[in-house]
Design a protein around this ligand. Structure first.
Ligand code: GCU
Length: 327
């Protein structure tokens, strides 16, 4: 009996050693170009994982949408064909409607406020909700504030948007937002927006400064109006199929490395945002800033989205609105 026990213990030890010594190369997809802040963050994540596992777990980062557009890479994560995606949270609302609450227009008074909400138990709770869809949410990345940019017409009020065809992400919330502003929403995958603007399929797009500049949209839609209608953070997500193959220890390393990479991503974000603004203007684009009253006119038009998108999530919305920031 004792012998059997010793054997069982020994084989358990060997097994756990084999599990913790797993070697693997994983793949991460990002639809933004090389050098973009999210790609910088993803590479830092990969570096930390490799360092903390003594080279056992390597993560290859594939930028520029080469592994597919955002929605297809999310699907591939669900069935384990891709291990990680750095994605905007907008498409994640299909799996966790609370993501729509996080994306409501004019929700957060500042970027820092948003980050503190996301990094609190509010954000962690929402990430948990993705598990049922076969997705493990690892960490939030910054994506600044989104604003409109047009090919021809300069915009300073919602009335100026009336009748324009505006490219949006594949999202009901974003379609409703653009409609509330009096324009026509057209959902198009990110990688096709440049040509849609160039050929006049749409008259305008909306995104943050780095998204606009580093994808060359400023060449075909040079009028940026800083209305800052919403803050839509990014996420690093992981396939639950891959996650379940890892030892608890490696899962911990991966989660922590993702969280730790956020700082580098946020630094790169701030730097690239300033750079994008400067370079876009040097290359002939214009940036229109709005007075608080002008901004308010946009905000008034989209207020109606709150009841629709917080239905069933009233507590979440209130916890965000009443969140107490730490110094
Ligand atoms: C952001 C985000 C992308 C997303 C894009 C979009 O720029 O980084 O992941 O695809 O918005 O508007 O589709």
């Amino acid at each position: 009996m004792k012998k059997v026990l010793v054997l069982v213990l020994a084989s358990l030890l060997i097994f756990s050693f084999a599990v913790s010594a797993q070697e693997m190369t994983l793949r991460l997809a990002d639809n933004q170009p090389e050098g973009y802040p999210t790609v910088v963050g993803a590479k830092e994540f990969a570096r930390l994982v490799e360092e903390r596992t003594d080279g056992r777990i390597k993560i290859e980062v594939y930028p520029g949408g080469i592994l597919g557009d955002e929605s297809s890479t999310i699907e591939q994560v669900q069935f384990g064909a891709i291990d990680f995606v750095r994605t905007s949270i907008t498409p994640m609302a299909n799996f966790e409607p609370a993501m729509n609450v996080l994306s409501l227009p004019y929700l957060y008074p500042s970027e820092e406020y948003m980050f503190q909400v996301l990094q609190s138990e509010i954000g962690e709770g929402i990430l948990e909700g993705l598990k049922d869809a076969g997705i493990v949410g690892l960490t939030w990345y910054d994506a600044g504030a989104r604003s409109f940019y047009t090919a021809d017409k300069k915009v300073t009020s919602p009335e100026d948007l009336e009748g324009l065809r505006i490219r949006v992400q594949e999202s009901q919330l974003m379609m409703d937002m653009v409609e509330a502003l009096g324009a026509s929403p057209t959902p198009i995958a990110w990688g096709e927006v440049y040509s849609a603007l160039q050929t006049g399929v749409v008259d305008a797009g909306e995104n943050n400064y780095p998204g606009w500049y580093y994808n060359s949209h400023h060449e075909v839609a040079p009028n940026f109006v800083e209305d800052e209608h919403n803050r839509i953070p990014e996420l690093i997500i992981m396939s639950k199929i891959t996650w379940d193959k890892l030892s608890a220890e490696d899962q911990k390393i991966i989660k922590q490395a993702a969280v730790d990479s956020t700082e580098v991503q946020r630094e790169a974000w701030d730097k690239r945002t300033e750079e994008a603004k400067k370079l876009a203007v040097e290359e002939g684009a214009t940036i229109t800033t709005l007075t608080p009253e002008q901004k308010q006119a946009f905000q008034d038009k989209v207020k109606g989205l709150y009841p629709k998108y917080s239905e069933g999530y009233e507590d979440l919305l209130n916890s965000i609105l009443n969140f107490e920031m730490e110094e």
